[in-house]
Design a protein around this ligand. Structure first.
Ligand code: C5P
Length: 238
C-alpha cells in the first residue's frame, strides 16, 4: 500500500477500461474500481483486472445498517481485492461489522483486504458540511473525529484529503493509512473536487497512497501522464 498511486478507473464499461489499459500492457498497476464501473460490470471486472496482475481498491463506500454491511463485505471479501471501504458516518458498530464480514468471507490462510473509511468526501467544503450536514465544527475536526472513530473500530485507515494527513499522522500514528483523492498537478482542472493538493505536497505530508482519476484517464496520452505523475509523486523517474 505504501506510496502507491491508485488510478481511478471511472469508466462506463469494461470496453472503455480495456481501451484505457492497452498502452499499460505488462505494467502492474494499482487500480480503483468505483460504483460507475462495478454497477455495470459486476464481479467479472474484478476477475479480469486481477488476471492482468493489477492490485485493486474496490471503492463502493458502504453505508448501511451493520448487519447489511457485514453481509455485503462477506461477499466482497470473496473477490480478493486489496482494499475496500465504508463511510465512517455509518458509525463504529457498522465499521466493526464491516471487518467481521471481511474476516468471515476471507479464505483460511489469506489476509483479509485492508479496510478504510471515508471521513469527509474531498468534494465537500467546510461550508457545505456546516450547512448541509449540520456538523458545527471545522472540517479538520470532523475528519479527525471520524479518523479516530475509524481507528477505534479497528479499521486500517481513512480516505481523506492531503491537507488533513499531517494532523491524522500526529494524532493516530504512522501505521494508520491515509488514502487521498483530490490530487491535481498545479496546472490541472480541479473539476468537482474542493480540497485539492499537488502530488509533491501529498508526498511531503506523508500520505500513504494517492488516488488519481481524470488527470490520467482523460489525458490525451494516459501512459505519459501516468509516468509524469509517478515522477511527481515518488520524486524519481520510474
Ligand atoms: O478524477 P478524480 O482524480 O477527481 O477522481 C477521484 C476519485 O476518487 C473518484 O473515483 C472519486 O469517486 C474518488 N473519491 C473521492 N473522494 C473521496 C473518496 C473517493 O474523490 N473521499
Amino acid at each position: 500500500m505504501d506510496n502507491s498511486l491508485i488510478i481511478a478507473l471511472d469508466f462506463a464499461n469494461g470496453g472503455e477500461v480495456n481501451q484505457f489499459l492497452t498502452p499499460f500492457e505488462g505494467k502492474e498497476l494499482f487500480v480503483k474500481v468505483g460504483m460507475e464501473l462495478f454497477y455495470q460490470e459486476g464481479p467479472s471486472i474484478i476477475h479480469q483486472l486481477k488476471d492482468k496482475g493489477h492490485r485493486i481498491f474496490l471503492d463502493l463506500k458502504l453505508h448501511d445498517i451493520p448487519n447489511t454491511v457485514k453481509s455485503a463485505m462477506k461477499g466482497l471479501a470473496r473477490l480478493e481485492c486489496d482494499l475496500v471501504n465504508v463511510h465512517a458516518a455509518g458509525g463504529k458498530e457498522m465499521m466493526q461489522a464491516a471487518l467481521e464480514g471481511l474476516e468471515a468471507g476471507t479464505a483460511a490462510g489469506r489476509k483479509r483486504p485492508d479496510c478504510i473509511a471515508v471521513s469527509q468526501l474531498t468534494s465537500t467544503s467546510e461550508e457545505q458540511m456546516n450547512k448541509e450536514q449540520l456538523i458545527p465544527v471545522s472540517l479538520k475536526d470532523s475528519v479527525l473525529h471520524y479518523a479516530s472513530l475509524t481507528k477505534e473500530a479497528g479499521l486500517d485507515g481513512v480516505v481523506c484529503s492531503a491537507w488533513e494527513t499531517a494532523f491524522i499522522r500526529e494524532q493516530l500514528g504512522n501505521t494508520f493509512l491515509t488514502v487521498c483523492p483530490g490530487i491535481r498537478m498545479a496546472e490541472d482542472n480541479v473539476g468537482d473536487q474542493k480540497r485539492v493538493a499537488t502530488p509533491e505536497f501529498a508526498r511531503n505530508t506523508g500520505v500513504s497512497a494517492i488516488v488519481v482519476g481524470r488527470s490520467i484517464t482523460r489525458s490525451a496520452d494516459p501512459l505519459k501522464s501516468y509516468e509524469q505523475w509517478m515522477e511527481a509523486w515518488k520524486g524519481i523517474n520510474q
